[in-house]
Design a protein. Structure first.
Length: 188
């Protein structure tokens, strides 16, 4: 059933699953060619939005993985990213010499991932790659691109499959365009 705040469903659960399977093959092929420390890729999810996509992706990745998470603050409850991302909760893994796969739900401005990627290299990571479910290049403010992405979208405010509005709607089983005209008067 479609949520009342959904203007249009862009990608179904099935489409996301199929695309995740294809990306997992590419990720495995890449890491098979690398000299990865302890043959283990460090997969770092950017919480909270990454959870559904990361879970789906890792169901298909065959490479040996260690998992960690971090929380970044970049939206602060609105619909546009601010220019100063901050680490709210850091990873607990030592990055020295590690091959890192950053998992994100969406790349919009790119400011958060640009910050994290530079920070990880500063901490000694050997390699940092980015995979995202959604790539939205229209608002890109940082010179950063995903190494792998599921779907490229236009400049719309998206909800579902990890994407939220004020921490809600992440659990929708699809990615959809939010009907933002309803947000001002919406009663939860």
């Amino acid at each position: 059933m479609q949520h009342p705040l959904v203007k249009k469903i862009l990608h179904t659960r099935e489409e996301i699953s199929l695309r995740s399977q294809a990306m997992a093959l590419d990720v495995d092929a890449y890491y098979k060619q690398q000299k990865v420390q302890d043959n283990t890729v460090l997969v770092v999810g950017i919480l909270k939005g990454c959870v559904p996509f990361m879970s789906e992706l890792l169901n298909h990745v065959k490479s040996e993985c260690e998992i960690d998470y971090m929380v970044m603050s970049s939206y602060k409850g609105g619909v546009k990213a601010n220019a100063n991302p901050e680490i709210v909760l850091d990873i607990s893994t030592n990055l020295k010499g590690r091959h890192v796969l950053l998992v994100e739900d969406i790349i919009d401005s790119g400011l958060t991932l640009d910050f994290v990627k530079k920070d990880f290299y500063h901490r000694g990571a050997a390699d940092v790659k980015i995979i995202t479910m959604i790539d939205k290049p229209a608002n890109r403010q940082a010179k950063i691109t995903a190494d792998w992405f599921g779907f490229e979208v236009e400049d719309e405010f998206l909800i579902g499959f990890g994407l939220d509005y004020e921490e809600r709607l992440r659990n929708l089983p699809y990615v959809a365009i939010c009907d933002t005209s309803k947000l001002k008067t919406w009663k939860w």
